[in-house]
Design a protein around this ligand. Structure first.
Ligand code: BES
Ligand code: ZN
Length: 480
């Protein structure tokens, strides 16, 4: 009895102390319901939509949720207002224009020249440099300082290779004072199509924010994309599409930086054709090198990265092995792009659960592993991805005009397509949901056809047509 009274008193004090510290967020519905059971006064579910919930909760509730991450992995995404939270769980991206994806693998010469140039020591140096800030918490001066310094560093790197087609900018946010950093390599032929790779620059610690070295989470990702880009500069690679390399701010408090960037790109209809997320590449925790995260990502882009590994890293001098895994929530910045209708992949350091157990603690240091060899594999994959995704389609590719020749319509539970205006011959039709999961696949025998999709839930889907020579064209559809 005494215990219960004390507990009630404690709860009252906690609730009073936490009322000013509430904020809006989205999270997995199941997590929201569990929190509501445990601490009903600290979380309000504003709206449920499919597996997600828009909530208003205390900081304390978010810490409880965050602390469970290493056990079974719940997370949340911070939102600026109730309407922001509600609209983002039921959000249908505005940029539903068709995206051309012609992901064939043709650049053996330049890729094979690039792979041996990936320098493990450079990756180690970048990680140690970022670790030396002590913390890169978004609200601390070190967070913003690290962003300003990274801009200078990337500028110097591009300048040292004489690259006048490269610029670096800070992206200022409303949800945090820390800016993100974006390096742009202007596409030489189709600059309006973008390929993005990114990781988060900020760090956090569950023992106070001032001791958050964040070596693996996520200095390793920033180091990985930096070294991949440097190797591209060293071989003099000039992309046909525009490449953007992004260091996101304030990921650790709910994907704040990447969410604002993806929202702006969506609102401006920026045609990002593929996104690669590099968050944690240092710790070698599983039998396979890479654990591809298959939820909140695109099946197409993930499959493309897998085929890059099959092609370039199947044994030989630069071997990489891979498997698949799931976060079960939008655990990193790829989810910001996914929720805006963009296609992303997330090659992760291990299977979820076998990853570095010291993240978000003062022990997330480089010395835990003592070598950046694991990260070097991700830098190789990143370089392959940037080269092969940013080239133009090549002579065998399906051109943009071809993409426009493909008609897809959804009406009353039926998906009808008409490929008769296209010069290519097609073999399969695949439908992916917004989380990248294959929802349906069928063989194509005629240039026109109707597929029954009555069993599919409402939402946004990507319909991919694969040609007999391995090209693909994707169109987005909304099932209502
Ligand atoms: N790097 C982690 C994500 C992660 C952790 C992926 C473990 C896979 C395994 C990221 O920086 C992070 O901490 N994310 C938050 C969620 C985010 C929405 C605040 C998390 O996992 O709690
Ligand atoms: Zn983290």
């Amino acid at each position: 009895m005494k215990f219960i009274t004390t507990l009630m008193l404690f709860t009252v004090v906690m609730v009073q102390a936490q009322t000013e510290n509430r904020f809006y967020a989205t999270m997995a519905l199941q997590d929201a319901k569990e929190l509501q059971q445990d601490i009903p006064n600290e979380i309000e579910i504003l709206k449920e939509f499919r597996n997600e919930a828009a909530v208003y909760m205390t900081n304390h509730a978010s810490h409880l949720l965050h602390d469970r991450v290493l056990v079974h992995g719940p997370g949340y995404i911070r939102k600026t207002s109730a309407s922001d939270a509600i609209s983002s769980i039921s959000y249908i991206p505005t940029n539903t224009s068709s995206r051309l994806v012609a992901f064939n693998i043709t650049e053996d010469v330049i890729v094979n020249e690039t792979l041996p140039l990936i320098n493990t020591q450079n990756i180690e140096d970048h990680i140690l440099e970022l670790e030396a800030y002590g913390n890169r918490y978004h609200a601390n001066p070190e967070g913003s300082q690290s962003a300003n310094d990274l801009k200078t560093k990337w500028e110097a790197m591009a300048a040292s290779y004489g690259r006048t087609d490269v610029s670096v900018r800070l992206f200022n946010h409303t949800g945090t004072n820390m800016p993100s950093v974006i390096m742009t390599i202007e596409g030489a032929e189709i600059p309006e199509e973008f390929v993005v790779v990114g990781g988060h620059l900020d760090s956090t610690s569950n023992q106070g924010n001032n001791n958050a070295p964040g070596a693996d989470d996520d200095a390793s990702g920033i180091a990985t994309i930096t070294e991949a880009t440097r190797a591209l500069f060293e071989v003099g690679f000039v992309p046909k599409r525009t490449i953007e390399v992004m260091a996101y701010a304030a990921e650790e408090i709910g994907l704040v930086g990447s969410a604002e960037i993806a929202a702006q790109y969506d609102n401006n209809n920026v045609n990002v054709i593929a996104v690669g997320q590099f968050d944690m590449t240092l710790y070698n925790g599983s039998a396979n090198d890479v654990g591809f995260i298959t939820d909140f990502t695109s099946g197409e882009i993930t499959a493309f990265m897998m085929s890059l590994i099959d092609h370039y890293n199947n044994g030989g001098a630069h071997p990489i092995t891979y498997g698949v895994s799931q976060c079960n929530y939008g655990c990193s910045d790829h989810a910001s792009w996914t929720s805006r209708g963009y296609l992303s992949a997330f090659p992760f350091e291990a299977n979820f659960g076998q990853h570095n157990g010291q993240i978000h603690s003062p022990n997330d240091t480089f010395s835990l592993t003592g070598t950046a060899e694991h990260s070097a594999k991700f830098a190789k994959l990143c370089a392959e991805f940037l080269i092969e995704a940013s080239k133009s389609e090549g002579s065998l590719g399906v051109s943009t005009i071809e993409a426009n020749n493909i008609q897809v319509q959804v009406n009353n539970g039926a998906l009808s397509y008409d490929l008769s205006a296209s010069a290519s011959s097609f073999k399969t039709l695949s439908v992916y949901d917004i989380q990248g999961k294959l929802a349906m696949q069928t063989n194509i025998t005629n240039t026109k056809g109707v597929v029954n999709i009555q069993k599919m839930q409402t939402g946004v889907y990507v319909v991919t047509f694969e040609t007999t020579n391995g090209q693909s064209v994707s169109k987005k559809v909304v099932v209502q």
